[in-house]
Design a protein around this ligand. Structure first.
Ligand code: NAD
Length: 367
């Protein structure tokens, strides 16, 4: 696409504008500011798929009851080592940090904690939750699924069975950004197909699979015909996103569904009960999180020094190409943050127009 079709929006403009939209959609000022901060933070890390492109969908879900503003989580069960937490269909950016804080408190008190979160609205970029735990010096591991979002074909299949079921591990480092591995177990996150369908970065040519088993990069396999509006419905396409990494990625996706979906009580991706007229579309994230405090495994300082020495050893591997470099997970996001923080968030005009349209519908003036 032509460079002129992509705007650069400064964070200082984007974040308060998005917050005003969520306030107009019924969120408290504190929640509106938090949702805006996390969405813009996803853009800053380079994950536009989980950034402000989601605003029209979130607003629609607030309007139709698919998510509920300003929820406090309910503790279904807890002891010193674990808790089962119900997000009560609150916005993910509100209920996920509440669940993470419960895990942090238990892991700091006892060395380890397991937290099952069910019935959360879209929790966005899972790396945010690993980063939150890392700010308190904790390692965390997250298995996530999305009930109601059956999008991904298992290895060997040409029909949807999994959600894009992300997996994430965060390891803190003293005085440095944590190492954060955070990815969808699908070849691409659904949001990346959404971005591509809005004129943004194209997806790889083998990311999708048709009902006939042929691979493709055409977003219409997921959304059906794209009609020039900002409306996309991933239930309408005839195809599926492919699981990444052949049998290994497909197996990890299954584990995210079993742990993040079945064990948490969130429910696996599908099957989904038929939609009832007047009822909002079902979508809920489940997340099984494990929190570990390195101090209980020896000393936090020893872990940090040994982990850093090993990371340095890994990064020092001879690059495979003359202009290449070995990075550790989290580095691409840190680089994007520095560049986008300085120069603004790149925004395809079509995505910006759909956010402006959502704002206009709520009576919020364009910035
Ligand atoms: P991706 O394919 O861009 O992979 C990102 C991961 O790979 C990061 O940990 C990054 O640091 C690492 N990485 C990238 N390039 C690297 C390199 N050269 N060397 C070393 N490490 C490198 O991610 P994705 O699958 O597109 O997922 C994007 C986001 O979508 C994630 O934040 C995920 O949590 C989110 N997501 C959320 C949901 C949900 O239901 N809430 C569903 C799916 C995905």
């Amino acid at each position: 696409m032509a460079e002129t079709d992509t705007l650069r929006i400064p964070v200082a403009t984007l974040e308060p504008f998005v917050a005003r939209i969520f306030e107009a959609a019924g969120c408290s000022p504190a929640e509106a500011a938090r949702v805006a901060r996390y969405l813009v933070a996803a853009n800053l890390t380079g994950h536009d798929s989980h950034g402000v492109v989601r605003v029209p969908r979130y607003v629609e879900m607030l309007a139709n009851g698919g998510v509920i503003a300003d929820r406090t989580v309910e503790t279904v069960f807890e002891n010193d080592a674990m808790a089962v937490i119900d997000g009560r269909m609150g916005l993910g950016q509100t209920v996920a940090p509440q669940a993470v804080e419960i895990g942090i408190a238990k892991a700091l008190a006892g060395g380890a904690a397991v937290i099952a979160l069910r019935n959360a609205g879209h929790i966005g970029r899972v790396g945010d939750w690993a980063e939150l735990a890392a700010t308190r010096g904790l390692i965390s591991i997250h298995f996530v699924n999305a009930h109601g979002s059956v999008l991904v074909a298992p290895f060997g299949g040409a029909e949807r069975r999994f959600s894009t079921a992300p997996f994430c591990v965060g390891v803190p480092r003293a005085g440095q950004a944590p190492v954060v591995l955070d990815f969808a177990t699908s070849l691409v996150a659904e949001g990346k197909v959404l971005v591509a369908s809005n004129g943004g970065k194209p997806i790889p040519a083998d990311a999708l699979i048709g009902a006939d088993g042929a691979v493709s990069g055409d977003p219409r396999l997921l959304y059906g015909e794209i009609d020039g509006t900002d409306r996309r419905d991933a239930r309408k396409g005839p195809g599926a996103i492919r699981a990444f990494g052949d049998h290994k990625g497909s197996g990890l996706a299954l584990m995210c569904e079993l742990l993040g979906g079945v064990l948490t009580g969130n429910g696996p991706a599908g099957p989904v009960a038929p939609e009832q007229p007047g009822q909002p579309r079902v979508f809920r994230n489940g997340m099984l999180s494990i929190y570990l405090a390195p101090a209980y495994f020896g000393s936090a300082a020893e872990f940090d020094a040994a982990a850093q020495a090993y990371i340095d050893f890994v990064r020092a591997a001879r690059p495979a190409t003359s202009d290449g470099q070995v990075l550790v997970p989290g580095e691409p996001e840190a680089r994007a943050r520095a560049e986008r923080g300085a120069h603004g968030v790149p925004m395809p005009r079509a995505a910006w127009d759909s956010i402006l349209a959502a704002a206009t519908r709520l009576g919020v003036p364009a910035p």
